[in-house]
Ligand binder design. Structure first.
Ligand code: 0GY
Length: 291
């Protein structure tokens, strides 16, 4: 792994809140193990192994029933580790793959059979090389036929330019980590207003996840500066929000979060049982299991 890599928390705390039955951790990853599933040569970072066994153990410990596992950039377009995890999950996991434009129908059908329900388009420059829009368009057309959707990872400052492209895509779109708002600009920034306007359109969903990446205040202050962004989205778009731990928290530099603390934050961003059930059970189930 990279010399400055921060491994995931070795013993997270037990959450003090009870999650609703059927709760889904809708954003997490598996890495390797590298001796079985090598990382991609074109990767921008080399993480520590984060196995399916560790992920499933954490799921049970935190009180989740299911996972949605997102293919991370360090595995490129080789989805073998993801597929292997889905196949050992007992139908308790679904996947978001990353595919090349050369992907065959047979490969897509195999991934679908394993539990993949979406592809991810990554626009974050420190993670991936630029992909031409025509390539994304081509992939989008192919996966739309399977009833899959598209997950996008981008940063707030790139949103405006991407809007026409995102609107042109033929499937529902899920934004990772609320399209990474800049917390220092506050709730009323041009970018966050634009994002909310986009969320008025039923085609768009978002994950109200990753306080540890977006907060400037950090864990000592319970990430309190980013929580109003999350709560606003959960309350205003309660039928199209998802939540995930982001375990094993790739590329964290400031600190490694305690996953139990992240779960407890759900009480702040989805303060009623009804909101929690939508965020953690109904919405991810509709998007990933009822298809
Ligand atoms: C995340 C965030 C990150 C990494 C990736 O694909 C990835 O490598 O998604 C990041 O570094 O911000 O969602 O895990």
């Amino acid at each position: 792994m990279d010399p400055d890599w921060l491994p995931f928390h070795p013993n997270p705390s037990k959450p003090t809140i009870n999650l609703p039955k059927g709760a889904v951790d809708a954003h997490c990853h598996v890495f390797g193990p590298a001796n079985k599933f090598p990382f991609a040569p074109e990767r921008k970072y080399t993480p520590c192994d984060a196995s399916k066994e560790k992920l499933f153990k954490l799921r049970d410990f935190l009180g989740f029933e299911k996972n949605v596992i997102v293919q991370a950039s360090c595995h490129g377009t080789n989805n073998d580790a993801l597929e292997d995890t889905l196949l050992s999950s007992n139908d308790l996991a679904r996947g978001v793959a990353v595919v090349s434009p050369q992907v065959t129908k047979a490969e897509l059908n195999r991934l679908d059979e394993a539990g993949v329900r979406a592809v991810r388009f990554n626009f974050v420059k420190r993670l991936v090389d630029n992909t031409p829009r025509e390539i994304f368009q081509k992939i989008a057309k192919t996966i739309a036929d399977l009833g899959w959707h598209i997950v996008v990872y981008l940063e707030a400052q790139d949103l405006e330019e991407l809007i026409p492209f995102l609107k042109s895509l033929p499937t529902d779109i899920v934004f990772d980590h609320m399209a990474r708002p800049d917390v220092s600009k506050g709730l009323d920034s041009m970018e966050f207003n634009l994002f909310q306007k986009l969320m008025e359109n039923n085609k768009f969903w978002c994950k109200t996840s990753c306080p540890e990446r977006l907060s400037r205040e950090g864990p000592e202050q319970n990430y309190s500066d980013i929580l109003p962004f999350m709560r606003l989205l959960v309350e205003n778009y309660s039928d199209r929000v998802l939540w995930g731990t982001d375990w094993p928290h790739p590329n964290m530099k400031s600190h490694m979060p305690d996953d139990g603390q992240l779960v407890n934050i759900l009480d702040e961003i989805a303060p009623t049982e009804e909101l929690k059930v939508k965020l953690l059970v109904e919405n991810p189930t509709r998007l990933y299991w009822d298809h």
